[in-house]
Design a protein. Structure first.
Length: 589
């Protein structure tokens, strides 16, 4: 790799003048430009246009990074603040047309520039997340490579950035842009757990199907999944319906992964804007998919606040709806999380939620009141490049327990291309007194699993712990990354008696979203397991779909139908069984 010290890399094509005013969405002129752009897109491909010949793993965003990349054009104040905090954790590459302009701005703001490097290049927009390259690792933990997709905007200068960065850093580039391996996708609509699971909205399916404007090959979901597997190692590509009020349909505007098993999900007040469809999508995920550990996803909910006029995206006239304010559009930069902020009365709660969810991380708010009006925030304008040959530590954190007798086993996947020399588990019941180190042993060589036991503790104890590993090449890594300042925690709790006399009955809770247009969730609550049937009837009283039939579990369960498969109109949901009949009306739009 060509190590950057203070690199000014110049690529001059016809001009260095960027079109600074382009929005995250399409302008009318760009709509007219789509056919010519689509026809010429393959000619712009660089690097390899066939899939990698070795297995690859797409990096999760919370993994160690070497560079954070930004483009200096629109919203320079926001970009400047990103640089201010990013240089504490990583090198920063600034794509720009004039390095002196950037230097003057950084110097005037008191921002050191010793870790800032400039890439002088043509570009069209600030929206680097969507047109930048994805970091993948060859053979899971070996060298970095880039993967590029067809960008769903006719912006040829933006299209050149992945190839240019690959040449600067001397990384291989794999371009999924030429038939028969082409795919249309955008970085804002892509979150990955680092172990083969990806989340996207169904925009990726729409843009690769017959209705797509940028695709040269028509693909159904099977075809999309095949390309994602071949180029990026994605073995499970989870897609969800697009949202009514999110005009760009990028998942980073309302959801992201905080770790391998934790979903951060934006939450509106009940019935507001995209809230019902977000909730239906979430419940569909929780009901049908588990984390890489084989256990249900954890959910952290965070507010989607109104804008300065107290409007939500479904308020106001169609040409001037409320801003799509979001806290999920945040960015990991090693031990720092950069978060968009808007107003203190909402921001303080959001930042507290993130600090509690990510102990030890430096959580920094950056004002995004200007950029959010264009439909994007911090995640939309940044790209991370992973560290070469990472020391990968993956662990499913221990949960609260009622067991004060048996030791608590900690298992972790620990991998490095040179092999692991040693690993240690550090635990404490009082961090002011320091941590106790326990050597971990390789308990499963086939899966690179290392294990150690935390001694059993009495009721009322809170246990803090982290993992440290050393590779044969001498690289050291900890997880969580901020350890020992930040640790995983769990409590040894006294068992709580259950009141057996509580009776919930059997009933449907309110269906959502209603009106429905895509995945629609029907919550059922039962005080006992029962045999029943949940059906959908039209206004003529004809049963048109059996949603669920057979055994319903005790407690809460969610059931789903796809409203987009039905004609618009009014329908009845009927739950029958064990002497009950519960009816609810749902509108399909």
């Amino acid at each position: 790799m060509k190590k950057l010290l203070f690199l000014v890399f110049v690529f001059l094509t016809s001009t260095l003048a960027a079109q600074n005013g382009l929005p995250i969405g399409l302008t009318p002129q760009e709509v007219a430009d789509i056919p010519a752009y689509t026809a010429s897109r393959a000619a712009a491909a660089g690097g390899f246009v066939t899939p990698p010949t070795m297995p690859v793993r797409t990096m999760a965003e919370w993994e160690e990074i070497e560079y954070l990349v930004v483009t200096w054009t629109q919203y320079p104040t926001t970009v400047r603040e990103i640089i201010r905090y990013a240089i504490e954790e990583a090198e920063v590459l600034v794509i720009c047309s004039d390095s002196n302009t950037v230097l003057n701005s950084l110097n005037s703001a008191g921002i050191p520039t010793n870790r800032v490097h400039f890439v002088l290049s043509d570009f069209d927009t600030v929206w680097l997340r969507d047109y930048g390259a994805n970091t993948v690792y060859k053979n899971e933990i070996d060298s970095v490579a880039f993967v590029d997709w067809i960008y769903n905007r006719p912006r040829p200068s933006d299209d050149t950035i992945p190839l240019r960065l690959s040449k600067i850093l001397d990384y291989d580039l794999y371009s999924a842009t030429v038939a028969p391996y082409d795919i249309v996708h955008t970085g804002g609509n892509f979150h990955i757990d680092g172990f083969g699971t990806a989340f996207s909205s169904e925009l990726v399916l729409e843009e690769n199907d017959f209705g797509g404007q940028f695709n040269t090959t028509v693909r159904d979901k099977v075809g999309v999944d095949s390309i994602m597997q071949q180029f990026m190692g994605i073995t499970r590509n989870i897609t969800m319906p697009t949202l009514p009020y999110d005009g760009i349909h990028h998942i980073d505007m309302h959801m992201r992964l905080l770790d391998e098993e934790t979903l951060l999900v934006g939450e509106y007040p009940q019935g507001v804007a995209d809230g019902p469809q977000i909730e239906a999508n979430l419940q569909y995920i929780l009901s049908n998919y588990n984390s890489v550990w084989g256990t249900p996803y954890r959910v952290v909910r965070i507010e989607m606040p109104p804008d300065g006029s107290n409007q939500y995206p479904d308020d106001g006239p169609w040409w001037d709806p409320g801003d799509y304010r979001t806290y999920t559009n945040n960015v990991f930069v090693n031990k720092t999380l950069l978060v968009p902020v808007y107003e203190e009365r909402y921001d303080s709660t959001a930042l507290r939620i993130l600090e509690e969810s990510l102990p030890g991380y430096k959580v920094v708010g950056i004002n995004c009141n200007q950029i959010i009006q264009a439909g994007g925030a911090l995640h939309c304008i940044t790209r991370a490049i992973g560290a070469q040959q990472p020391l990968l530590i993956a662990h499913q954190r221990l949960r609260d327990t009622n067991d004060p007798v048996n030791d608590y086993t900690v298992d972790a996947w620990i991998r490095h291309t040179s092999g692991i020399a040693s690993a240690n588990l550090f635990y404490s019941t009082d961090t002011s007194q320091g941590f106790t180190a326990i050597p971990m042993t390789l308990t499963n060589a086939a899966t690179d699993t290392w294990s150690a036991d935390i001694p059993a503790q009495p009721y009322g104890t809170r246990i803090h712990y982290h993992i440290q590993a050393l590779s044969n090449s001498g690289k050291m890594q900890v997880r969580p990354m901020p350890a020992p300042q930040g640790n995983w925690e769990f409590d040894v709790l006294q068992p709580v008696a259950i009141d057996d006399e509580l009776a919930m009955g059997i009933a449907m809770n309110a269906v959502y979203p209603n009106p429905a247009g895509a995945i629609t969730c029907i919550p059922v609550q039962a005080d006992r397991e029962f045999e029943g049937k949940l059906s959908l009837f039209n206004v003529m009283g004809q049963e048109i779909k059996v949603v669920t039939q057979g055994a319903f579990p005790a407690g809460a369960s969610n059931h789903f139908f796809f409203a987009n498969e039905l004609a618009a109109g009014s329908y009845l949901l009927v739950l029958e069984g064990e002497g009950i009949r519960d009816v609810q009306r749902v509108m399909v739009k």
